[in-house]
Design a protein around this ligand. Sequence first.
Ligand code: NAD
Length: 734
Amino acid sequence: MSDEAVGGDALLAATAEAAAPRANVLEVTPLELGGGERIADELQHWRLRRDADGVYWALLDQTGTAANTLNEPVLEELERIVERVRSDRPPGLVLRSAKPAGFAAGADIGMFRGLTDPVRVRELVERGHRVVNALADLDLPTVALIHGHCLGGGLELALACRYRFARRDASLGFPEVQLGLHPGLGGTARLPALVRPDEALKLMLTGRSISAERARSLGLIDAVAEERHFARAVQLAVAGQVERRGGGAAVRGMTLGPARMLVARQARSETAKRAREEHYPAPYRLLDLWERHGGSVDDMLRHEPASFAELLTGETAQNLVRVYFLREALRGRGKGRPSAIHRVHVIGAGTMGGDIAAWCAHRGLVTTLEDREARLIAPAIARATELFERRYDDRRARQAAHDRLVPDPSGAGRRKADLVIEAVPEDLELKRRIFGELEGQVKDGALLASNTSGLLLQDIGQGLRRPERLIGLHFFNPVARMQLVEVVRHPALDPALLARALAFVLELDRLPVPVQSAPGFLVNRILSPYLLEAVLLLDEGVAAERVDAAAEAFGMPMGPAALADQVGLDIALEVGEGLRATVEPTLPEVPEWVRRKVADGHLGVKSGRGIYEYEGGTRKKRKAPESADPAHIDRLMLPMVNTAVTCLGEGIVDDADALDAAMVFGTGFAPFRGGPLHYARERGPEALRRRLEELAEQHGPRFRPSPYWSRVFAAAAGEPPAAPDAPPAAPPQP
Ligand code: NAD
């Protein structure tokens, strides 16, 4: 480092004052990078150029993708570039992306699918390590120029460079933990050597991304710079005139024995609050690595591949990778033509309508919100204000979202809307009346949607002149948190409008799953037997905490007693009764004490008392956690699996993957188990069927295996699909 070294802040000033900029690859065409001398023709995914100073620029531009990801071909070519740099010895090497989306979005997750052999995975990872280590070992200035996403493997490449400069729009992070992994290309070793290990671990354990500014303050990058200053920043770095921010004595001190153990202990106890080791091992393996080897970067680098390979070939990571692709598949259903919906009108400003309208405004749509009186709209606007406060730092953007949400007690917005969403109480006559009125008011191409959670679209649409433009858009509560939307179709629906509705849900940044209009649709139908079984366990005298502990031990984010309180005992009772009267005749009656609670107004969280007691929406006096009884786990979870089989058999949903995805994103069904049908396949359909028969003998016919059991699992095993045993349940009338 020269005597004139400058820090990141000074760098900005220095570059701003820099002498007349010379023609440079970046200044010629910032992202297309057409300038400079091209010096390698044989590369598919990188472009290698030499600028006027002789510095090599390796520009990542993966073929056939909008965002760069790291896979074997990309790394192989990088290896060739590094070899070339080693023999040509240019004054410096720059790594950056030629794609507007960002530096690199991480590993190509497709590579992770179906890997079962840890030895082979370890070899693959070690090969990747050799490339990244060779980059890190170059004894000339290497600079990563970062914009947009710089995640996972992308950040690991940047970490292997000597300098990192980022544009203000950069977002950096290690999301691997969300896939049941920890970083695998040297990140676990290089990050804690650069930024304070407690902060480094937090980044890797939570998977959260950080802004360029935050990354600079942590020492992860050396400077935040404007695009126009990048070229000068490279010149200064190559000249050794940039002071690096990361590392230092404070960081090193925390890697030493006792300090390291303390950091690990604290991180372990934070982790234990969020995830159980038996469900999500990755954070714990990362902490093991750090505890045992964190004193030496080389040691960490040596041990990372084996730990990564164990995780990647384990059940949790494989199922989380599966869930990643399930989400992509749901998103795929909404892709294609845009919805052409720009104005939305929502009728009913209650819990759901108010929040749906706020979310639409947040997503950029002009949204009018109607209720019977202006005062009934006010609470929804107040909630929207809170949502916008949380979502926008920028005052003008927040105000713009506000301006898009228009209280409309007179219903003037009905005539201008491209989509009307009805969210009035669950009353068939009321809904029919409203859609009847709407037919004469809305524009010709407008879509009419109901947020009903259980009424059949065929019934709501009865008497309409054009029932083909009525659809169900079943949002879940709370709208801002729940990603799934059931898009409910019925025989009269126009398929073109279904496609528009699916696109609209995706434009709202929600996940659409098409389902048939049958009692309970999909998610509530599958969830009801689970909630009912919990109530029956309570009826047998099992403590609510113990019932919830069983579901949590399985991996549910919340036990069924807590969930019933959250949904509202009144609503859970109504849905359960409706299903028993229609499609689920083997369900027993809901115990009398539940009816009494509902009659007395003890409805759950919303009334301050249900199965548990609440104060300000939070549970009062929590008892010490109860241990889970494995028999309870089966009693709670297998009815869900069994009903899932029936729903697939009845054709309520198109395929098993859509069903699994709906349960993961609509109810939080243990993601690391990959969905209820996948869980059944992993545990063994035949063993499960026998277990259900055993439970039926002990507890009654509600446990009898679904009549669709063999057909569903034979199809899953790749046998040709048999003719349906029975036509999809003709939706019985409630
Ligand atoms: P809610 O009682 O909170 O809100 C209904 C709103 O509709 C009230 O503000 C009421 O004043 C208004 N309203 C009544 N008649 C009206 C009319 N003629 N014109 C305009 N507004 C009128 O109910 P909610 O919980 O928001 O449920 C609404 C719909 O969403 C129901 O069909 C329900 O089944 C469904 N849903 C509810 C949930 C949930 O968790 N609450 C979840 C999914 C779906």
